[in-house]
Ligand binder design. Structure first.
Ligand code: AP5
Ligand code: MG
Length: 222
């Protein structure tokens, strides 16, 4: 299974990607998590990406495309993978096609902007794994601690309200068009990806059930 998750910041891509990757035994390829790991390791890439991410802008396409190509060449991607937060521009989407990578399904999670600001202000993450919580909607078992490792949870630097608003602008101006892009490929048929749209304002479990059910249909058809 090779999947793409589309949707605005805070739509629940990371949360749902965790469930789907576990179900299908495929790795979650989150370009945001990879960039945050580079920042934590203080690499050249991390130093370049930090100010761009904190401002809510996009890291240059060539950097991201190189990162993803290296990642999917690794052994654990042979069975498939889930792209979470990639592609984010038409140039990145074209790069997938030019590399001859066949995507079975694109899952778009829709959530309106006002709900997103509410979600991101309550988000806490386990930095090392990317596991994500919310103080109200998805609290950890022990306050402020990761369920699996017990390590302290932190907030992302780009979850400040100003950065969230800029990320939303960036999404609408550069990424939202991918809905039409993949919807069009799907409608053309000829082996294009199945395009699935999900209402991301439902409870986390309801979104999960809906995505899993729709993907079972894709699997059965393919
Ligand atoms: P990235 O890390 O990808 O951030 P994002 O797209 O802004 O998305 P988020 O991770 O903020 O949200 P999510 O959809 O994963 O939601 P989550 O599950 O956490 O990218 C960060 C930055 O890196 C970018 O701004 C850019 O600078 C750079 N970058 C990354 N990829 C790039 C690329 N391809 N090209 C260029 N630049 C790139 O959920 C959010 C919160 O809501 C959580 O607290 C969660 O618990 C809660 N929640 C989830 N679902 C529900 C629900 N159904 N009901 C209630 N609460 C819920
Ligand atoms: Mg995420």
């Amino acid at each position: 299974m090779r999947l793409v998750f589309l949707g605005p910041p805070g739509a629940g891509k990371g949360t749902q990607a965790g469930f789907i990757c576990e179900r299908y035994g495929i790795p979650q390829i989150s370009t945001g998590d990879m960039l945050r790991a580079a920042i934590a390791a203080d690499t050249d890439l991390g130093r370049k990406a930090k100010s761009i991410m904190d401002a809510g802008d996009l890291v240059p396409d060539d950097v991201i495309i190189g990162l993803v190509k290296d990642r999917i060449a690794e052994d654990d991607c042979k069975k498939g993978f889930l792209f979470d937060g990639f592609p984010r521009t038409v140039v990145q989407a074209d790069a997938i096609r030019e590399a001859g990578i066949h995507i079975e399904a694109v899952v778009e999670i829709n959530v309106p902007d006002d709900e997103i600001v509410r979600r991101l202000s309550g988000r806490f993450i386990h930095h090392a794994s990317g596991r994500t919580y919310h103080v109200i909607f998805n609290p950890p078992k022990v306050e402020g601690r990761d369920d699996v490792t017990g390590a302290p949870l932190t907030q992302r630097d780009d979850d400040r309200e100003e950065a969230v608003r800029r990320r939303l602008e960036t999404f609408h101006s550069q990424t939202a068009v991918l809905s039409t892009y993949f919807g069009g490929l799907s409608a053309e048929g000829g082996g294009g990806p199945v395009f699935i749209t999900v209402d991301g304002t439902q409870a986390i479990d309801a979104v999960k059930t809906e995505i899993l059910t729709l993907l079972e249909g894709v699997n059965a058809a393919g």
